[in-house]
Design a protein around this ligand. Structure first.
Ligand SMILES: [Zn+2]
Length: 133
């Protein structure tokens, strides 16, 4: 069996220890609201490794939000032909508000994935869990 790449695991929202089990149930967008699983169905790694652990994901989500809002601000500026008068204020507010609304399920998902995969030294990738079935 081949090892699962870290990039694949991050993009697909897989468990940081085995890279096989899903961190979330449901889809990012859709009628089943996504939830974070309590533990990995494949290797039993707990995702919320200590109580309140996912509060840290809020900071990641906040950073993602800032980057998205700033990019949307610039995109609006260029697409509107560089308008910066008072009348275009609502255009900026509208675009930025709508984008953060549309991206919030994505932020929820990826802030937790980034926290678990990149900012959690307690959880390590273990190829044994990945390769053995
Ligand atoms: Zn796992």
């Amino acid at each position: 069996m081949k090892k699962t790449s870290k990039l694949y695991a991050i993009v697909k929202g897989k468990c940081p220890q085995c890279r096989r089990g899903d961190i979330f149930t449901g889809n990012t967008y859709g009628f089943n609201i996504q939830r974070t699983n309590y533990k990995c169905a494949h290797c039993n790694q707990r995702f919320e490794i200590e109580p309140g652990y996912f509060y840290a994901a809020m900071y990641v989500s906040y950073a993602m939000n800032m980057i998205e809002m700033i990019s949307m601000g610039f995109a609006t500026y260029y697409l509107s032909g560089g308008r910066l008068d008072f009348d275009s204020l609502w255009l900026y507010v509208g675009v930025i508000f709508l984008t953060s609304l549309l991206l919030s399920p994505l932020n929820y998902r990826y802030s937790r994935i980034i926290l678990l995969h990149l900012l959690s030294p307690k959880i390590k990738y273990n190829a044994d869990y990945d390769i053995s079935r």
